[in-house]
Every structure is written in structure tokens, then in C-alpha cells.
Write a protein that binds this ligand. Sequence first.
Ligand code: FES
Length: 191
Amino acid sequence: MSETSPKKKDAGNGEHPEGDPRYKGIDRVLKRLQYKQDGLIEVLTSAQEAFGYLPEEVMIYVARQLKLPFSWVYGVATFYHFFSLKPLGRHNAIVCLGTACYVGKASEIVDAISGEFSLEPGQTTADGEFTLTTTRCLGCCGLAPVVVFENQVLGKETPQTTVQKIKAVLAGETLVQTPVEDAASPMAATT
Ligand code: FES
């Protein structure tokens, strides 16, 4: 039995506008949520997982399936920091610039990363390996300044410790979770 809704022409028989199998995951989420408009964030999340970011044509597709204006979908995608409209690098550092982190000199971490890798927030290195982004409060202000890297929350960071960790990972090392109380200690890494 088809997983797609007979009411949704573009998703009928598992087909989609681009003939791209990555749409299948989006179609599954749409079906599970019964094409309800309040499922938009979950649908966009699945789309980003499938594509690595949110291409414009995918947002158009989601808008059409949920019968929402494209401007609405675009507005949601740009409001939440965890959505990206550009392809990200293989490794992403997200520096929190919320109030507590800003007071903790998180902007100096941004400056250090920018200087070391010659890129501005929102940019990816030419080889596609690393992306620097910033965000607002991540909800763990007690660890300020906070950086999320390799899907780990790094607390009490300094420009030096963050750059060191990024360079080590880009050199092929693995970032090992550091206990919060030892968050300022050097990176534990394995090759
Ligand atoms: S301000 Fe950075 S975690 Fe809250």
C-alpha cells in the first residue's frame, strides 16, 4: 500500500518533483503528521536531515504539501537557528552569542575562529570541511561561553581551547566528551 496521500499529487506513488529519493523521508513525515500545518517544524527538520540544509526548492515543496505560503515556511526556516539555508561543512561550530555567553567574551571566540580559518559566521571553508555559525542562547548559560561542536556542548570555552579543538578535529582526531567541571581542560583526542 502506498505511503503517500492520494490527495497529494506531487507525493503520489512515492514520486516527487525532483525524482530525488531524499524526498521520501519528507513524504513519510508529512503522511504521519497528516499534512497538518502545525507539523511544519518537524517536516523541515526531516528535510534538513535528508538534505543537510534547506534548499529553496525543498521549502517550496513543503509549503505546497502543507498548503502554506512559501513566505511562511521561509520565515520559520530563517527564524530558528538550527535550520540552515546553505550547505554546511562536514564539521560545524556554533558559537552562542546570547547574553551570558556574550558577557563571557564569546565574541572573542568568534573572532579567533574567523581569523584562524579565514571565514565569517555563516560561511564554510572552500574545501567544505568546516562551517562557523552563531546562535542565541542555547539554554545552558551556566556553562558560558558555550560552543556546540561535533554535536557536543562545550562549556567554559576560550578562543584558544575552541580553536585547538577545531584544528584537532579537522586534522582527523575525534572530539571526546569533556566533563563540565573539566570543560576548560585541553581536548582529549584519539586518532
Ligand atoms: S547565553 Fe549562551 S547558553 Fe545562554
